[in-house]
Structure formats: structure tokens, C-alpha cells
Design a binder for this molecule. Structure first.
Ligand code: SD4
Length: 341
């Protein structure tokens, strides 16, 4: 069931938003007591939330892992494996679109709420499961992020499986793009971000993508960036992003979502308010192509997009479904920020 704030909490939120909009630079003004105003049931068992309808298969696998006694991190990693291995998915893993040079460069990161641990790989080539490479960086090194050739070398040394990329269908797409010299970069950009509240009450998350189709070689999006495409705070909640990474990473988008939840916003409110804040400041206004998902420590969840129609997947022990997040509206935008020209 889609969980929504009570009318009362909605009024409280709108009032706060108005105050926020009316007062430049105002803080999100809610104490922890505000969160209690929102009448949402605590969820029993895990709550798994991921981007897009294709995330549902990953959620289902994550639930299976948890029900078999696997850890939250296992659930994130193995859940994301499903999407990384789906060759029909042209935006994640082996089936991902190549960059402008015809090379598939994958971005991924993972976070563990307990210990506030993180691992990430950027522009990694020829590794079947970038999410596992990110996990190995987190668990086997003193670093958070490895990129490019170093990331690949590390993954292979760790015994992770190599894979041929691009697959033939994507190579053909790329050849066509090259031949046509179309400037259609950016048209294909989807990510799996999967965040979950495990039965042990801890939060975990991961994301994986091939990024912006035909991007410049070496380009990193938001997905390998902690606080950009993913952020987990074990005391508060987790958030993930999908869309045009440049419009997320410039604002530390997922960090902002979690930060708003910390100040009392529900997950849906936090996702939408983050997009509003970005749209008010950004020269592009609402033309951002960004979306966020979030889950909090209580198991409440929500999502929002800069346009209507962002779909995301939510799985619990009782249901697994695709929902539509709220979309930014012109009314939401409020006063125009200083950067808008
Ligand atoms: C990126 N955010 O590389 C990723 C791609 C994506 O929906 O999520 N697209 O910019």
C-alpha cells in the first residue's frame, strides 16, 4: 500500500514549505517531534525500495536473500546483480550503453548504515558486477573509491568475473549513433538504486549504472558518488537517485534527501523538497530529469521526480509493486532562485 502523510501532516509540511520558500536560506524547520505528526505505520520486516519498474526483480531477489538469513549488504549486492545481468537493460551492467568511444564504463557504489561504510567504483570497464567491486573496495581496502584501470585491476585481483562489453546489440547501436552523428547523448540514462531497511533495523543501499549513453570517456555521474547518487545514514534513512547525474551531483542530492528526513520530513516530502530546492537554484529550473527514492528508519518510503511519472519499486514481505512518485509542479517551484536567468 502506498503510504501517504495524513492531511494534518501535509498541512504542517505545506506550511513549513511556504515558510521555507518565503525566507531565502531558511532552514528546514522541524524538530524530531514533527516526524511524530506524520501518522504512518511502522513496517514490520524489510522494506526494499528501488528505482524504476526494473528494480522490482532486484527487490524480489533482495527479499529472498533476507528471508534466507542473508545480511542487508548481501541483499543489496545480490539484488542489484539481477539488473546488472539483465542484457535487455541498456542502462545498467553488461547490457549498458557504451561511451562515445564505444567503451562501456560502469559506475557503482554501496553503503552500509552500520559503521557508515562506503565503497565505490567509477568508470570501471569489463567487470560483470560493478556493485561487487564497490563492495570489495568498501570491505577490503582503506579507500572509498577506485576508478578506471585501477578499479578494474583491483576487481580482477579480488577474483571478480570479467565480462565482454558492449554486447553486440549495444555495439550496433553505438555504430549507428556514430554513423548518424546524432547528438542524442543523454537520452538513455537509467540507474538502479536500491535502498533497504533490513529486518535488523539497519539501513543499506547500492546503485549501479552505465551512465549517460555516449558520454565522454572518463565521465563520472552521480552514481559512484557517496551523497550524490546514494546516501545512507543509519540513524535516519537512505536515499538514491536516478536521472541526469550532473543535476544531482552538483547538489549532493541524496545527501540532501537524507538530511531533510533528519529534520523531520517524510521520505516523499524529502525527495520532493530536494528537487524543489535544486529547481529553485538551477538555471535549468525544473528541466532537470532527476528523481529520488527514500526510505527512513521507520520503514516509511517515498519518491519524487522533477517531472510527473517517475516509477519506482517497493517490496515488503506482503507485496512487491511498482508505484509512481510525486512530480514537481509549477506551484511547487515557488520563488525563483538567484541562479535562474
Ligand atoms: C548518471 N544518474 O550517470 C546516472 C544515470 C541515471 O537514470 O540514473 N539515469 O548520470
Amino acid at each position: 500500500m502506498r503510504i501517504k502523510p495524513t492531511p494534518n501532516s501535509r498541512r504542517t509540511f505545506l506550511k513549513q514549505t511556504t515558510v521555507l520558500a518565503a525566507s531565502a536560506g531558511a532552514m528546514w524547520h522541524t524538530g524530531s517531534s514533527q516526524a511524530k505528526d506524520v501518522d504512518m505505520p511502522n513496517q514490520a520486516g524489510p522494506v526494499i525500495v528501488s528505482t524504476w519498474p526494473f528494480g522490482k526483480a532486484s527487490n524480489d531477489e533482495a527479499l529472498r536473500i533476507l528471508q534466507q538469513g542473508g545480511s542487508g549488504l548481501d541483499a543489496v549486492e545480490k539484488g542489484i546483480w539481477i539488473t546488472e545481468d539483465d542484457l535487455s537493460n541498456s542502462s545498467v551492467g553488461r547490457g549498458g550503453m557504451p561511451n562515445a568511444a564505444g567503451v562501456v564504463q560502469l559506475d557503482s557504489c554501496i553503503m552500509s548504515g552500520p559503521g557508515h561504510k562506503a565503497g565505490s567504483v567509477g568508470a570501471i570497464e569489463g567487470i560483470r558486477h560493478p556493485i561487487s567491486a564497490a563492495r570489495h573496495v568498501m570491505e577490503k581496502t582503506k579507500h572509498v573509491m577506485l576508478v578506471g584501470a585501477g578499479a578494474r585491476e583491483f576487481a580482477l585481483k579480488e577474483g571478480l568475473e570479467a565480462a565482454e562489453m558492449p554486447i553486440e546489440a549495444r555495439r550496433q547501436d553505438w555504430l549507428k549513433w556514430k554513423a548518424e552523428q546524432e547528438k542524442n547523448a543523454g537520452k538513455n540514462h537509467d540507474t538502479i538504486a536500491l535502498i533497504l531497511l533490513a529486518p535488523d533495523g539497519h539501513l543499506y543501499g547500492g546503485c549501479s549504472t552505465s551512465g549517460w549513453a555516449y558520454k565522454l570517456p572518463g565521465r563520472l555521474g552521480d552514481s559512484p558518488l557517496i551523497g550524490g547518487g546514494l546516501y545512507v545514514d543509519d540513524e535516519v534513512g537512505a536515499a538514491g537517485a536516478t536521472g541526469l547525474g550532473e543535476n544531482v551531483l552538483r547538489y549532493c542530492g541524496s545527501f540532501q534527501v537524507v538530511s531533510l528526513m533528519e529534520r523531520g520530513a517524510t521520505p516523499e516530502e524529502a525527495c520532493l523538497e530536494t528537487i524543489k530546492k535544486i529547481a529553485r537554484k538551477d538555471p535549468k529550473g525544473a528541466d532537470l530529469s532527476i528523481n529520488f527514492i527514500a526510505v527512513d528508519k521507520k520503514g516509511r518510503y517515498g519518491a519524487a521526480g522533477s517531472a510527473a511519472g517517475f516509477t519506482y519499486s517497493v517490496t515488503t514481505t506482503t507485496s512487491s509493486k511498482v508505484l509512481t512518485g510525486v512530480g514537481l509542479t509549477a506551484v511547487d517551484l515557488g520563488p525563483i532562485g538567484g541562479n535562474r536567468k
